[in-house]
Design a protein around this ligand. Structure first.
Ligand code: GLC
Length: 386
């Protein structure tokens, strides 16, 4: 059964990481082909992983437009011209590959595929990894109603959102899993001492890590404020903000640097930029924080941190409570304002931090392992093709 996996994105974000961990593990009778934009940074990666990859031409206007703006531009004739060019390219690709099923890895991919329903009669599978509201939610619902896709969701929070109510069968929830052994191996590719020396982390200093795109909705701001609080309270620590601004939010890193300056913690905040392999940097962090200000659909980054036995502190929204069992394998915050105090307490109780980290590691093995995720996705796809 041949499945064409479509991902419109030019950048390698969480959705793409997740797909790239699953694709090479899908086995016959499933045959996979990945379809991406010819400008995508995924092409090289796909090659290195022996993923069968095809490209199509998508207009830069279409790939650059954020979801919200896509819905807000529905009356723009230029956008519709781009959409119709994309539809033609997609239809041709599906026909050429003789795919039995088409799969969308992102919302924009889902909408584009859904709009091709008449020309692409094959069953569609949408892998939903976002929580949407407003016009995007309406758009998704409309296209869903006309294209009747089968739905997978990365969390119960994602599956339960209003935008997906168009479907009479609820989305199947499949959490992201990771290959813990491989991730542990990756984490040893750089020595902790080298990383510490590079960032000027002195003996006795703690490192708090935040991983993910630098973006207002990921809420890095709260970690900077928490660090300023810790510094005032006399703690010796540094904050690592690992990630870069992707998806057109180029001004945000500057804003964060200014914030650090105004709170007198410029010396203590490390902006590492994009890291090809985050595992060694997670491993060197004492605590990993994740405080998105909008509901996080899943929070793959938390599973990665937990897989390395790290204590995690995250905000209670979206899919995060499906990963963290408060007090057992991590700590949940009701609001970001709690972060400074929770960190202060945790830094004073290293043995509690260690116990939580150990438990987190065990939980990842049990509940978030890649082989279970792959077999559930594989069953779902086989069923969709029946
Ligand atoms: C998206 C979501 C994130 C999820 C990832 C993997 O990037 O924003 O929450 O962890 O996809 O499914």
């Amino acid at each position: 059964m041949k499945i064409l996996f479509f991902d419109h994105s030019l950048v390698y974000g969480g959705a793409e990481q997740s797909l790239f961990s699953v694709l090479p593990a899908l086995k016959p009778p499933i045959e996979t082909v990945l379809l991406v934009s010819q400008k995508s940074s995924m092409i090289k990666r796909a090659e290195s992983l022996n993923i069968n990859c095809r490209t199509i031409k998508l207009s830069p206007r279409l790939t650059a437009l954020s979801r919200g703006r896509l819905a807000g531009n529905l009356l723009n004739p230029l956008l519709w011209r781009d959409v119709s060019i994309a539809q033609k390219a997609l239809t041709e690709a599906v026909q050429k590959e003789k795919a039995d099923i088409v799969y969308a890895n992102t919302l924009k991919s889902a909408i584009l595929l859904g709009l091709c329903r008449k020309k692409i009669p094959q069953p569609q599978v949408w892998h939903i990894r976002d929580i949407v509201s407003g016009p995007s939610s309406v758009l998704l619902g409309l296209v869903g109603r006309i294209s009747r896709p089968k739905l997978m969701a990365v969390s119960r929070a994602v599956a339960g959102q209003t935008a997906l109510k168009f479907s009479s069968t609820p989305a199947t929830v499949i959490h992201n899993g990771i290959d813990q052994e491989k991730w542990l191996f990756e984490s040893r590719r750089q020595k902790p001492e080298e990383i510490k020396a590079k960032f000027g982390i002195k003996p006795g200093e703690s490192l708090i890590g935040v991983f993910g795109q630098l973006s207002a909705w990921k809420g890095q701001e709260h970690s900077i404020r928490a660090l300023a609080h810790l510094k005032k309270r006399g703690f010796l620590c540094k904050l690592l903000l690992a990630g870069d601004a992707i998806f057109a939010e180029q001004g945000y890193p500057e804003k964060m640097k200014n914030l650090a300056g105004s709170l007198n913690v410029s010396e203590e905040v490390i902006f590492s930029g994009w890291l090809e392999n985050t595992a060694p940097y997670m491993a060197v962090s004492d605590i990993i924080v994740h405080t998105p200000v909008k509901p996080e659909p899943f929070g793959r980054v938390l599973v990665e941190a937990m897989a390395l036995g790290k204590p995690v502190v995250a905000i209670k929204n979206g899919g995060i409570p499906e990963i963290i069992d408060h007090g057992r394998n991590g700590l949940l915050l009701e609001s970001p304002e709690e972060l400074p105090f929770v960190l202060e307490r945790l830094l004073c109780q290293p043995s509690q931090a260690k116990t939580m980290g150990d438990e987190a590691m065990r939980q990842v093995k049990l509940k978030f392992n890649l082989s279970d995720t792959v077999s559930r996705i594989s069953d779902f796809l086989m069923e969709a093709g029946r």
